[in-house]
Ligand binder design. Structure first.
Ligand code: PLP
Ligand code: SF4
Length: 363
Protein backbone atom coordinates (compact mmCIF):
# COMPACT_ATOMS: atom_id res chain seq x y z
CA UNK A 1 0.00 0.00 0.00
CA UNK A 2 2.97 2.27 0.62
CA UNK A 3 3.73 2.61 -3.09
CA UNK A 4 0.10 3.24 -3.96
CA UNK A 5 -0.03 6.08 -1.47
CA UNK A 6 3.13 7.72 -2.67
CA UNK A 7 2.07 7.47 -6.31
CA UNK A 8 -1.18 9.21 -5.43
CA UNK A 9 0.63 11.96 -3.56
CA UNK A 10 2.72 12.58 -6.64
CA UNK A 11 -0.47 12.93 -8.64
CA UNK A 12 -2.06 15.30 -6.15
CA UNK A 13 0.44 18.01 -6.99
CA UNK A 14 -0.79 18.02 -10.57
CA UNK A 15 -4.41 18.89 -9.98
CA UNK A 16 -4.85 21.53 -12.64
CA UNK A 17 -7.49 24.02 -13.62
CA UNK A 18 -9.25 21.84 -16.14
CA UNK A 19 -9.88 19.19 -13.51
CA UNK A 20 -11.99 21.64 -11.49
CA UNK A 21 -13.78 22.80 -14.64
CA UNK A 22 -15.65 19.57 -15.15
CA UNK A 23 -17.01 19.60 -11.64
CA UNK A 24 -18.23 23.16 -12.07
CA UNK A 25 -19.88 22.32 -15.39
CA UNK A 26 -21.54 19.31 -13.84
CA UNK A 27 -22.69 20.98 -10.64
CA UNK A 28 -24.34 23.81 -12.59
CA UNK A 29 -26.41 21.31 -14.59
CA UNK A 30 -30.04 21.96 -15.35
CA UNK A 31 -32.20 19.61 -13.32
CA UNK A 32 -35.67 21.21 -13.17
CA UNK A 33 -38.31 22.25 -15.70
CA UNK A 34 -38.15 25.83 -14.44
CA UNK A 35 -34.42 26.06 -15.04
CA UNK A 36 -34.78 24.50 -18.47
CA UNK A 37 -37.43 26.95 -19.68
CA UNK A 38 -34.94 29.80 -19.24
CA UNK A 39 -32.82 28.31 -22.01
CA UNK A 40 -35.12 26.30 -24.27
CA UNK A 41 -38.68 26.80 -25.46
CA UNK A 42 -40.06 23.73 -23.72
CA UNK A 43 -43.55 22.89 -22.57
CA UNK A 44 -42.74 23.41 -18.89
CA UNK A 45 -45.67 21.40 -17.59
CA UNK A 46 -44.83 18.39 -19.77
CA UNK A 47 -41.17 18.54 -18.82
CA UNK A 48 -42.14 18.79 -15.16
CA UNK A 49 -44.45 15.79 -15.40
CA UNK A 50 -41.99 13.64 -17.34
CA UNK A 51 -39.03 14.55 -15.16
CA UNK A 52 -40.99 13.60 -12.03
CA UNK A 53 -40.88 10.02 -13.27
CA UNK A 54 -37.58 10.09 -15.18
CA UNK A 55 -35.18 12.72 -13.80
CA UNK A 56 -33.70 15.45 -15.94
CA UNK A 57 -30.06 16.49 -16.07
CA UNK A 58 -28.37 18.51 -18.80
CA UNK A 59 -24.95 20.01 -18.17
CA UNK A 60 -23.96 23.41 -19.55
CA UNK A 61 -21.58 21.99 -22.11
CA UNK A 62 -24.16 19.68 -23.66
CA UNK A 63 -26.83 22.39 -23.44
CA UNK A 64 -24.60 24.58 -25.62
CA UNK A 65 -24.75 21.94 -28.37
CA UNK A 66 -28.53 22.31 -28.71
CA UNK A 67 -29.09 24.70 -31.60
CA UNK A 68 -32.82 24.49 -32.15
CA UNK A 69 -36.04 22.92 -30.92
CA UNK A 70 -36.17 19.14 -31.40
CA UNK A 71 -32.75 18.89 -33.01
CA UNK A 72 -30.78 15.67 -32.41
CA UNK A 73 -29.09 17.02 -29.26
CA UNK A 74 -32.39 18.25 -27.84
CA UNK A 75 -34.09 14.91 -28.44
CA UNK A 76 -31.41 13.02 -26.56
CA UNK A 77 -31.71 14.93 -23.30
CA UNK A 78 -34.92 16.99 -23.09
CA UNK A 79 -37.78 15.08 -21.39
CA UNK A 80 -40.56 14.09 -23.77
CA UNK A 81 -44.09 13.44 -22.55
CA UNK A 82 -44.20 10.29 -24.71
CA UNK A 83 -41.88 8.66 -22.18
CA UNK A 84 -44.92 8.28 -19.94
CA UNK A 85 -47.10 6.43 -22.45
CA UNK A 86 -44.94 3.51 -23.59
CA UNK A 87 -46.92 0.28 -23.42
CA UNK A 88 -44.28 -1.89 -25.11
CA UNK A 89 -41.24 -1.56 -22.90
CA UNK A 90 -40.36 -2.94 -19.49
CA UNK A 91 -38.04 -1.50 -16.83
CA UNK A 92 -35.35 -4.18 -17.11
CA UNK A 93 -35.83 -6.11 -20.38
CA UNK A 94 -32.30 -7.54 -20.30
CA UNK A 95 -33.00 -9.02 -16.85
CA UNK A 96 -29.82 -7.49 -15.56
CA UNK A 97 -30.94 -7.98 -12.00
CA UNK A 98 -31.41 -11.75 -12.47
CA UNK A 99 -27.89 -12.00 -13.86
CA UNK A 100 -26.33 -10.21 -10.89
CA UNK A 101 -24.63 -12.62 -8.48
CA UNK A 102 -23.80 -9.60 -6.35
CA UNK A 103 -25.38 -6.15 -6.41
CA UNK A 104 -24.27 -4.00 -9.38
CA UNK A 105 -22.29 -6.72 -11.12
CA UNK A 106 -23.80 -8.43 -14.17
CA UNK A 107 -22.25 -11.75 -15.15
CA UNK A 108 -23.98 -12.82 -18.37
CA UNK A 109 -21.05 -14.08 -20.45
CA UNK A 110 -18.53 -16.57 -19.06
CA UNK A 111 -15.35 -14.52 -19.43
CA UNK A 112 -16.45 -11.00 -18.64
CA UNK A 113 -18.53 -8.95 -16.25
CA UNK A 114 -20.21 -5.60 -16.39
CA UNK A 115 -19.46 -3.80 -13.14
CA UNK A 116 -21.63 -0.81 -12.20
CA UNK A 117 -19.35 1.43 -10.17
CA UNK A 118 -21.11 4.78 -10.56
CA UNK A 119 -24.64 6.04 -10.74
CA UNK A 120 -23.68 9.53 -11.90
CA UNK A 121 -23.86 10.65 -15.54
CA UNK A 122 -22.79 13.82 -17.33
CA UNK A 123 -26.30 14.08 -18.82
CA UNK A 124 -29.35 11.89 -18.44
CA UNK A 125 -30.09 10.36 -21.84
CA UNK A 126 -33.79 9.91 -22.38
CA UNK A 127 -33.24 6.59 -24.20
CA UNK A 128 -31.02 5.02 -21.54
CA UNK A 129 -31.19 1.25 -21.14
CA UNK A 130 -30.77 1.73 -17.39
CA UNK A 131 -33.49 4.36 -17.24
CA UNK A 132 -34.80 2.55 -14.17
CA UNK A 133 -31.66 3.52 -12.22
CA UNK A 134 -30.57 6.87 -13.64
CA UNK A 135 -30.92 9.81 -11.28
CA UNK A 136 -32.32 7.69 -8.48
CA UNK A 137 -30.88 6.84 -5.11
CA UNK A 138 -27.47 5.35 -5.67
CA UNK A 139 -27.01 1.64 -5.12
CA UNK A 140 -23.26 2.10 -5.53
CA UNK A 141 -21.20 2.32 -2.36
CA UNK A 142 -17.73 1.51 -1.16
CA UNK A 143 -19.23 -1.74 0.08
CA UNK A 144 -20.87 -2.69 -3.24
CA UNK A 145 -17.59 -2.05 -5.04
CA UNK A 146 -15.73 -4.19 -2.54
CA UNK A 147 -18.19 -7.06 -2.97
CA UNK A 148 -17.91 -6.80 -6.74
CA UNK A 149 -14.12 -6.93 -6.58
CA UNK A 150 -14.32 -9.94 -4.25
CA UNK A 151 -16.62 -11.79 -6.66
CA UNK A 152 -14.28 -11.06 -9.57
CA UNK A 153 -11.24 -12.22 -7.63
CA UNK A 154 -12.97 -15.50 -6.71
CA UNK A 155 -13.95 -16.32 -10.31
CA UNK A 156 -10.89 -17.09 -12.42
CA UNK A 157 -13.04 -17.51 -15.56
CA UNK A 158 -13.43 -13.73 -15.66
CA UNK A 159 -10.77 -12.13 -17.87
CA UNK A 160 -12.34 -8.81 -18.83
CA UNK A 161 -13.98 -6.26 -16.53
CA UNK A 162 -16.22 -3.55 -17.96
CA UNK A 163 -16.53 -0.57 -15.66
CA UNK A 164 -19.91 0.96 -16.32
CA UNK A 165 -22.75 2.75 -14.63
CA UNK A 166 -23.99 5.43 -14.86
CA UNK A 167 -20.65 6.74 -15.96
CA UNK A 168 -17.48 5.35 -14.39
CA UNK A 169 -15.47 8.41 -15.41
CA UNK A 170 -17.63 10.62 -13.23
CA UNK A 171 -15.99 9.07 -10.21
CA UNK A 172 -13.24 11.12 -8.61
CA UNK A 173 -9.71 10.33 -9.79
CA UNK A 174 -8.83 8.78 -6.43
CA UNK A 175 -11.77 6.37 -6.57
CA UNK A 176 -10.94 5.31 -10.14
CA UNK A 177 -7.35 4.80 -9.08
CA UNK A 178 -8.40 2.69 -6.13
CA UNK A 179 -10.68 0.46 -8.23
CA UNK A 180 -7.94 -0.05 -10.82
CA UNK A 181 -5.37 -0.95 -8.15
CA UNK A 182 -7.73 -3.59 -6.78
CA UNK A 183 -8.57 -5.05 -10.20
CA UNK A 184 -4.96 -5.14 -11.33
CA UNK A 185 -4.07 -7.09 -8.20
CA UNK A 186 -6.19 -9.98 -9.56
CA UNK A 187 -3.97 -12.11 -11.82
CA UNK A 188 -6.75 -13.53 -14.02
CA UNK A 189 -8.00 -10.08 -15.07
CA UNK A 190 -6.39 -9.36 -18.44
CA UNK A 191 -8.25 -6.33 -19.75
CA UNK A 192 -10.19 -3.53 -18.16
CA UNK A 193 -12.55 -1.32 -20.12
CA UNK A 194 -14.48 1.80 -19.33
CA UNK A 195 -17.87 2.28 -20.91
CA UNK A 196 -18.36 6.01 -20.68
CA UNK A 197 -20.30 8.84 -22.20
CA UNK A 198 -18.12 11.48 -20.61
CA UNK A 199 -15.90 11.90 -23.68
CA UNK A 200 -18.89 13.08 -25.73
CA UNK A 201 -21.03 14.80 -23.09
CA UNK A 202 -18.41 16.26 -20.73
CA UNK A 203 -15.06 16.16 -22.54
CA UNK A 204 -13.59 18.47 -19.89
CA UNK A 205 -13.56 15.39 -17.64
CA UNK A 206 -10.58 14.05 -19.59
CA UNK A 207 -7.71 15.73 -17.78
CA UNK A 208 -3.96 15.12 -17.85
CA UNK A 209 -4.28 13.84 -14.32
CA UNK A 210 -6.93 11.29 -15.27
CA UNK A 211 -4.91 10.07 -18.24
CA UNK A 212 -1.80 9.76 -16.08
CA UNK A 213 -3.77 7.50 -13.74
CA UNK A 214 -5.34 5.34 -16.43
CA UNK A 215 -2.10 4.70 -18.27
CA UNK A 216 -0.54 3.08 -15.20
CA UNK A 217 -2.96 0.17 -15.58
CA UNK A 218 -2.65 -0.88 -19.20
CA UNK A 219 -4.17 -2.61 -21.08
CA UNK A 220 -7.02 -0.16 -20.50
CA UNK A 221 -9.65 0.29 -23.20
CA UNK A 222 -12.29 2.99 -23.40
CA UNK A 223 -15.55 2.63 -25.25
CA UNK A 224 -17.11 6.03 -25.73
CA UNK A 225 -20.69 6.73 -26.75
CA UNK A 226 -21.44 9.17 -29.58
CA UNK A 227 -24.78 9.37 -31.39
CA UNK A 228 -24.45 12.35 -33.72
CA UNK A 229 -21.64 13.98 -35.74
CA UNK A 230 -22.33 17.35 -34.06
CA UNK A 231 -21.12 15.80 -30.81
CA UNK A 232 -17.60 15.86 -32.25
CA UNK A 233 -16.45 19.31 -31.09
CA UNK A 234 -13.02 20.86 -30.56
CA UNK A 235 -13.30 20.00 -26.85
CA UNK A 236 -13.99 16.38 -27.77
CA UNK A 237 -11.02 16.27 -30.13
CA UNK A 238 -8.77 17.54 -27.33
CA UNK A 239 -10.09 14.81 -25.04
CA UNK A 240 -9.79 11.96 -27.54
CA UNK A 241 -6.28 13.08 -28.46
CA UNK A 242 -5.19 13.04 -24.82
CA UNK A 243 -6.57 9.54 -24.33
CA UNK A 244 -5.07 8.23 -27.55
CA UNK A 245 -1.67 9.70 -26.63
CA UNK A 246 -2.03 7.92 -23.30
CA UNK A 247 -2.02 4.70 -25.31
CA UNK A 248 -5.67 3.93 -24.68
CA UNK A 249 -7.48 2.34 -27.64
CA UNK A 250 -10.81 4.10 -28.12
CA UNK A 251 -14.02 2.52 -29.36
CA UNK A 252 -17.51 3.85 -29.72
CA UNK A 253 -20.94 2.47 -28.99
CA UNK A 254 -23.70 4.31 -30.78
CA UNK A 255 -27.40 3.86 -30.18
CA UNK A 256 -29.61 3.92 -33.27
CA UNK A 257 -32.21 6.55 -32.41
CA UNK A 258 -35.25 7.66 -34.35
CA UNK A 259 -34.99 11.32 -35.32
CA UNK A 260 -31.39 11.52 -34.09
CA UNK A 261 -29.26 9.32 -36.33
CA UNK A 262 -31.56 6.86 -38.10
CA UNK A 263 -30.46 7.76 -41.61
CA UNK A 264 -27.44 6.72 -43.66
CA UNK A 265 -26.03 10.18 -44.13
CA UNK A 266 -25.89 11.08 -40.46
CA UNK A 267 -24.55 7.68 -39.49
CA UNK A 268 -21.85 7.76 -42.17
CA UNK A 269 -20.77 11.24 -41.15
CA UNK A 270 -20.58 10.16 -37.52
CA UNK A 271 -18.55 7.02 -38.21
CA UNK A 272 -16.14 8.88 -40.50
CA UNK A 273 -15.62 11.67 -37.97
CA UNK A 274 -14.98 9.23 -35.16
CA UNK A 275 -12.29 7.42 -37.12
CA UNK A 276 -10.61 10.76 -37.81
CA UNK A 277 -10.30 11.45 -34.10
CA UNK A 278 -8.89 7.97 -33.43
CA UNK A 279 -12.11 6.50 -32.09
CA UNK A 280 -12.92 3.21 -33.76
CA UNK A 281 -16.65 2.46 -34.10
CA UNK A 282 -17.44 -0.75 -32.19
CA UNK A 283 -21.19 -1.27 -31.96
CA UNK A 284 -24.39 0.32 -33.18
CA UNK A 285 -27.00 -0.79 -30.68
CA UNK A 286 -30.62 -1.12 -31.57
CA UNK A 287 -32.42 0.51 -28.63
CA UNK A 288 -33.45 -2.00 -25.97
CA UNK A 289 -37.15 -2.45 -25.26
CA UNK A 290 -36.99 -0.25 -22.19
CA UNK A 291 -40.11 1.36 -20.80
CA UNK A 292 -40.27 5.03 -21.72
CA UNK A 293 -38.18 4.81 -24.88
CA UNK A 294 -40.65 3.56 -27.53
CA UNK A 295 -40.55 6.82 -29.49
CA UNK A 296 -36.81 6.35 -30.07
CA UNK A 297 -36.99 2.88 -31.62
CA UNK A 298 -36.72 2.67 -35.41
CA UNK A 299 -37.50 -0.55 -37.29
CA UNK A 300 -34.87 -3.27 -37.57
CA UNK A 301 -35.11 -2.88 -41.36
CA UNK A 302 -34.00 0.71 -41.00
CA UNK A 303 -30.94 -0.40 -39.05
CA UNK A 304 -30.10 -3.09 -41.61
CA UNK A 305 -30.44 -0.63 -44.47
CA UNK A 306 -28.04 1.76 -42.74
CA UNK A 307 -25.51 -1.04 -42.27
CA UNK A 308 -25.85 -1.97 -45.93
CA UNK A 309 -25.28 1.62 -47.00
CA UNK A 310 -21.95 1.68 -45.17
CA UNK A 311 -20.30 -1.61 -46.21
CA UNK A 312 -18.16 -1.07 -49.28
CA UNK A 313 -18.78 2.67 -49.30
CA UNK A 314 -16.88 3.54 -46.13
CA UNK A 315 -13.52 2.36 -44.83
CA UNK A 316 -14.04 -0.96 -43.10
CA UNK A 317 -12.21 0.62 -40.15
CA UNK A 318 -15.26 2.72 -39.37
CA UNK A 319 -17.99 0.14 -39.81
CA UNK A 320 -19.23 -1.15 -36.46
CA UNK A 321 -21.41 -4.19 -35.83
CA UNK A 322 -25.15 -3.72 -35.49
CA UNK A 323 -26.36 -5.38 -32.30
CA UNK A 324 -29.57 -6.32 -30.61
CA UNK A 325 -29.62 -7.40 -26.99
CA UNK A 326 -32.20 -10.15 -26.50
CA UNK A 327 -34.96 -9.48 -24.01
CA UNK A 328 -34.97 -12.02 -21.20
CA UNK A 329 -31.21 -12.02 -20.86
CA UNK A 330 -30.18 -13.85 -24.05
CA UNK A 331 -27.33 -11.44 -24.62
CA UNK A 332 -26.08 -9.55 -27.66
CA UNK A 333 -26.47 -10.80 -31.22
CA UNK A 334 -25.06 -9.10 -34.35
CA UNK A 335 -27.43 -8.48 -37.25
CA UNK A 336 -26.23 -8.35 -40.85
CA UNK A 337 -28.03 -7.45 -44.05
CA UNK A 338 -28.70 -10.54 -46.17
CA UNK A 339 -25.85 -10.80 -48.62
CA UNK A 340 -26.55 -14.44 -49.43
CA UNK A 341 -29.48 -14.36 -51.82
CA UNK A 342 -29.78 -18.03 -52.67
CA UNK A 343 -28.00 -21.35 -52.07
CA UNK A 344 -28.35 -23.99 -54.76
CA UNK A 345 -26.29 -27.00 -55.89
CA UNK A 346 -23.44 -26.19 -53.54
CA UNK A 347 -23.17 -22.61 -54.73
CA UNK A 348 -24.47 -19.41 -53.25
CA UNK A 349 -25.61 -16.29 -55.00
CA UNK A 350 -24.11 -13.30 -53.22
CA UNK A 351 -24.96 -9.64 -53.58
CA UNK A 352 -22.01 -7.25 -53.77
CA UNK A 353 -21.89 -3.85 -52.04
CA UNK A 354 -22.94 -2.14 -55.27
CA UNK A 355 -25.91 -4.41 -55.88
CA UNK A 356 -24.50 -6.90 -58.39
CA UNK A 357 -24.74 -10.68 -58.06
CA UNK A 358 -21.90 -13.17 -57.94
CA UNK A 359 -21.62 -16.89 -57.40
CA UNK A 360 -19.45 -18.45 -54.73
CA UNK A 361 -18.87 -22.14 -53.93
CA UNK A 362 -20.12 -23.34 -50.55
CA UNK A 363 -17.07 -25.53 -50.02
C1 PLP B 1 -22.70 -5.76 -23.52
C2 PLP B 1 -22.33 -6.50 -22.34
C3 PLP B 1 -21.04 -7.00 -22.17
C4 PLP B 1 -19.94 -6.75 -23.17
O1 PLP B 1 -20.15 -7.39 -24.36
P1 PLP B 1 -19.05 -7.30 -25.52
O2 PLP B 1 -19.75 -7.88 -26.69
O3 PLP B 1 -17.87 -8.10 -25.06
O4 PLP B 1 -18.68 -5.86 -25.68
C5 PLP B 1 -20.74 -7.72 -21.05
N1 PLP B 1 -21.69 -7.99 -20.12
C6 PLP B 1 -22.94 -7.52 -20.25
C7 PLP B 1 -23.93 -7.85 -19.20
C8 PLP B 1 -23.30 -6.77 -21.35
O5 PLP B 1 -24.55 -6.30 -21.47
S1 SF4 C 1 -24.65 8.49 -19.92
FE1 SF4 C 1 -25.04 6.29 -20.32
S2 SF4 C 1 -25.79 5.49 -18.37
FE2 SF4 C 1 -25.96 7.72 -18.27
S3 SF4 C 1 -28.03 8.20 -18.95
FE3 SF4 C 1 -26.70 8.31 -20.77
S4 SF4 C 1 -26.81 6.25 -21.70
FE4 SF4 C 1 -27.57 6.08 -19.57
Amino acid sequence: METIKSRLILLKGRKNKSSSDWRAILSSSIVTADQLKKYLSVNTEEVYKTASTYPLQINRYFLSLIKKKNDPMWKQVVPDIRELSDSQGTDDPLMEEQFSPVLNLIHRYPDRVLFIVSNRCAVFCRFCTRKRLIGRRSTVSEDSIKRGVDYISQNPAIKDVILSGGDPLLLEDEVIYHILVQLRAIPHIKTIRFHTRAVSTLPQRITERLVSILKQFHPIYINTHFNHPDEVTSEVITASTMLAEGGIPLGCQTVLLKGVNDNSNTMKRLMTKLLQIRIRPYYIHHPDIVKGTRHFRPSINKGLAIMKSMRGHLSGMCIPQYMIDLPGGGGKVPLLPDYIKKIKDGRMKVESFDGKYYEYPMD
